[in-house]
Design a protein around this ligand. Structure first.
Ligand SMILES: [Fe+2]
Length: 418
């Protein structure tokens, strides 16, 4: 038996891929959302959403999108499929918060809705997800904080109780929230971004059509694209990796490699924008089963305390985290070697060299996308570091980072990124 295992390990080394070694003792992988992707799908949203049981739809969106005309085309599509638009909530801010979630749930009851359709980026979709929880089960967002806490049959031991049908049309290519079971909500008083996640929160339907990102400002395309990049890399190297999520992360990385900069340079390129929607959608899958890492922990704290947009914070923090993690030992570095291979970077050499090659590649990409490369450029100061470290230490993503991270190490990472 030992001999057999040694052979497997030797083969793994030869191929440089950890999937070849051993067998994961346990993992769970869930991807229940029906995804439809392609051209000219928005007009068919009503037809498709009807298949999920929707009849009277509450549309959740933001003011900017309302003015682009996209929401009007969505409304026409809903009605064309024989569904009714029960009401529209269009006041979702850049970061979803408890107030807008409560208003959205109330609007659902006031308008007699039986389903929710989110048209927007991460904050719109996360608002819709948590509003759905409150629409069905009552309470308030903070009360549902945490994972797997939604009501279940049989005194909590049985099947999770269903929420209202939720469909998502993402208008940024980054968050992947349209196929994830997690929502991030900001508690503005407590300066915390907290997470709620459970299986019924998976949207029933995600519609990926490049028309929905046609008016996406290039800066937002860049920062949300870097969020997707961070999901793919952090998901792949997470201590909770598994072969299913690896497959998604690798496919996402290839699409990001070929389309992120292209979509930024050529915003009218439907093919590149469509591929970015799919990349973001694939990149989130590892985060549902293997979770993410400390670039996200650091970025959540930057968003909660200093209002740094999520994708921008990730773009700045990611390279430093890559270098820190990769230097944490051969096993972690091996995961980064796989990522480097996708990007045509150094895969041999020391753990530090592998991390540095990828870190530098990401820094150059971020700069080429016209994004800030320093936290000091986006309102973070030395004086905020203690608070940020506290936030990052308490973030759920810290638990699954491949390398344990102390308070001192977080402080050092923030200083490096400053
Ligand atoms: Fe993210």
């Amino acid at each position: 038996m030992d001999e057999y295992d040694d052979d497997a390990t030797a083969r793994a080394g030869e191929f440089g891929s950890r999937q070849m070694a051993g067998f994961k003792p346990f993992y769970q992988f869930i991807a229940p959302t029906r995804v439809i992707a392609g051209y000219d799908l928005i007009g068919g949203i009503g037809f498709e959403f009807a298949k999920e049981g929707a009849k009277r739809v509450l549309i959740v969106t933001d003011q900017v999108l309302r003015e682009t005309g996209l929401v009007d085309r969505v409304i026409a599509g809903v009605e064309d499929g024989g569904l009714e638009v029960a009401g529209i909530v269009d006041g979702v801010p850049q970061d979803s918060d408890a107030g807008v979630v409560m208003r959205t749930a109330e609007a659902g009851h006031e308008h007699g809705a039986d389903s929710i359709l989110a048209v927007g980026g991460g904050s719109v979709m996360d608002t819709a997800k948590v509003a759905n929880v409150i629409f069905v089960h009552g309470g308030d967002p903070r009360g549902w904080e945490g994972y797997f806490g939604l009501p279940r049959d049989d005194d909590g031991q049985g099947r999770p109780q269903e929420l209202a049908p939720l469909a998502c049309i993402p208008t940024t290519a980054g968050t992947g929230s349209e196929v994830s079971f997690v929502a991030v909500v900001k508690d503005r008083d407590a300066h915390v971004k907290f997470q709620i996640g459970d299986i019924p929160m998976y949207p029933r339907l995600a519609l990926l059509d490049p028309e929905s990102t046609r008016t996406l400002p290039v800066k937002l395309a860049a920062s949300t694209g870097m969020d997707a990049m961070t999901h793919a890399i952090e998901g792949y190297v997470s201590s909770e990796w598994n072969p299913h999520s690896d497959a998604y992360a690798m496919a996402a990385l290839r699409l990001l490699r070929d389309n992120l900069h292209r979509a930024f340079e050529h915003p009218a390129d439907d093919e590149a924008r469509g591929n970015m929607l799919i990349a973001a959608n694939l990149a989130i899958q590892p985060t549902s089963s293997s979770a993410i890492g400390i670039a996200h922990s650091m970025s959540h704290a930057c968003g909660a305390h200093c209002d740094v947009p999520h994708g921008v914070a990730n773009a700045i923090n990611l390279p430093w985290v890559i270098e820190f993690n990769a230097a944490g030992g051969d096993e972690i570095a091996a995961r980064y070697r796989d990522v480097n291979d996708v990007f045509g970077l150094e895969t041999g050499g020391s753990a530090e060299a592998v991390g540095h090659a990828l870190g530098e590649h990401v820094r150059q990409l971020v700069a080429s996308l016209g994004l800030p490369t320093r936290l000091s450029q986006v309102g973070v100061t030395e004086a905020s570091i203690d608070l940020l470290v506290d936030g990052a230490m308490g973030d759920a993503c810290t638990l699954v980072n491949p390398r344990d991270t102390s308070e001192e190490e977080f402080a050092e990472l923030y200083r490096l990124a400053l």
